[in-house]
Design a protein around this ligand. Structure first.
Ligand code: SAH
Ligand code: F3S
Length: 446
């Protein structure tokens, strides 16, 4: 009987993609997937440490699994991702049942590490020094599907004071344009129709040959078989006319921009070292919307950054009211050891205040989401049909070009196709509709 694996993934899309790459490697070795971590022969925790909560959840779940090892002593437990990169060998002391720790640049060696662990029983740590220049370039063995992620760059050269990512992912490195184009072509041949380009700052993509993000979008837009191109995350600091123009000029680039603002107050933005102020952010949004009027806009916001006052927080609320994001990820500040803010500033906004602020922000954003979704009723959207809806498998679900989830009745044969859906109802997170007959709203003037 084949050995089984279970990968438990935390955090961002980059981690999801790393998990996909590990899955490809494991299946290549004959492993079969299981969703039950307690009976698996190999369990990988692919971790995130951007906020304390995510890190604590991963460690606790790994500790819980340790007891299963008593009944299944051959089980191998590995930890990958940002916690593994950040803590390395220390994790072996913390979690006695842990066999392998593998860093953010080393996970492609996972199969060999497992073999060695099974052969020798040795506990192994493979965590490359993140300060070294980038060396790994894994073209993933993909398992197939409709939508896939593509890394266009690794790491980050910004040093936002709250953020652990540069420490766990290293300096920015942009992959050669031709290599990305080849990878996406191969995905199209394999049946993928949608790609999401991944990077911490995709719009600062710049190759050794001076090709930028706009060049990349124009090149990918030409690939036959690919219908939809998404990208995340864009940084306001690197938003340039060429980026905005390329988005407008490439028909396959979807009408959705994720542009993290973090705060609406200039003093807090300065403390965060975000390199723009609220006026500049608003200007960029206006400029972007002028050229791309049908776009949806989403963001990330942190509340309770050290020293943030009530008035300063209210400026964030005001920015949210003014910009009217289609949705937002909203977080309470979490000091991460090793970051500038954690080392030099006291986490002085009490938890109770952070909770109250984030709740007010969520309430405001939810009401905007609902109003915006209600505005979609009566419109027709082009939807890429993904499969059965999660909550009601008798229905289908898919995404609009603007990245909104739509649930609608339809036959299975629609899965994998583009359909026009008339929006008939909504809540703050999901649209409901019926397969319509009119032209997509994105070609209308209203
Ligand atoms: N590269 C992206 C974001 C990386 S982390 C960017 O340019 O913004 C994803 C999000 O997590 C961030 O946008 C931020 O809102 C949030 N985040 C990062 N560090 C955090 C911390 N210490 N506490 C709370 N939220 C944090
Ligand atoms: Fe983090 Fe700022 Fe880079 S949020 S990933 S340091 S752009």
């Amino acid at each position: 009987m084949a050995s089984t694996y279970c990968i438990v993934t935390y955090g961002c899309q980059m981690n999801e993609h790393d998990s996909e790459i590990m899955e490809g490697l494991l299946q290549g070795r004959g492993y079969e997937r299981t969703s039950d971590e307690f009976s698996a022969d190999l369990v990988v925790f692919n971790t995130c440490c951007v906020r304390e909560g995510a890190e604590a959840r991963a460690l606790a779940r790994c500790q819980t699994l340790s007891s299963a090892k008593k009944t299944n002593p051959n089980m191998v437990i590995a930890m990958s991702g940002c916690v593994a990169q950040d803590q390395g060998r220390r994790l072996l002391d913390k979690i006695p049942a842990l066999d392998i720790v593998v860093g953010t640049r080393d996970y492609i060696h996972l199969p060999e590490l497992i073999d060695r662990n099974l052969d020798t029983g040795e506990r192994l740590v493979a965590v490359e020094d993140i300060d070294k220049p980038f060396s790994v370039n894994a073209t993933p063995m993909r398992l197939g599907g409709l939508s896939g992620f593509v890394n266009i760059m690794y790491g980050c050269n910004n040093r936002c004071t709250f953020c652990i990512v540069p420490k766990t992912r290293g300096d920015e490195y942009s992959r050669p344009l031709g290599e990305i184009v080849d990878e996406v072509r191969a995905m199209a041949d394999q049946g993928y129709r949608e790609v999401t380009l991944l990077g911490q700052n995709v719009n600062s993509y710049m190759t050794a040959d001076r090709e930028d993000f706009a060049d990349l979008l124009y090149a990918l837009n030409e690939i036959e078989g690919i219908w939809r191109i998404r990208y995340t995350t864009s940084n306001p600091k690197s938003c340039r006319d060429r980026h905005i123009g390329a988005v407008a000029g490439c028909d396959k680039v979807m009408e959705h921009l994720h542009l993290p603002v973090q705060s609406g107050n200039d003093r807090v933005l300065r403390l965060m070292k975000r390199a723009y102020n609220s006026r500049r952010y608003r200007y960029l949004v206006d400029l972007f919307r002028e050229q791309n009027p049908l776009h949806s806009l989403t963001t990330d916001i942190i509340v309770g950054f050290p020293t943030e006052t009530e008035e300063e927080f209210e400026e964030t609320l005001q920015l949210v009211r003014d910009v009217r994001f289609d949705s937002a990820f909203m977080f309470m500040y979490s000091p991460r050891p090793g970051t500038v803010s954690a080392e030099t500033m006291k986490d002085d906004v009490p938890l109770k205040v952070k909770k109250e602020r984030v709740q007010r922000l969520i309430n405001l954003q939810e009401s905007i989401c609902l109003e915006k979704n209600q505005g979609e009723i009566g419109r027709v959207h082009e939807v890429l049909v993904e499969g059965p809806a999660k909550k009601d498998p008798t229905m289908l679900q898919g995404k609009t070009r603007t990245d909104k989830r739509v649930v609608f009745p339809g036959r299975d044969r629609l899965v994998g196709t583009l359909v026009d859906v008339l929006i008939t109802g909504c809540n703050s997170h999901t649209l409901q509709g019926t397969v319509g007959t009119r032209e997509p709203v994105l070609q209308e003037t209203t």
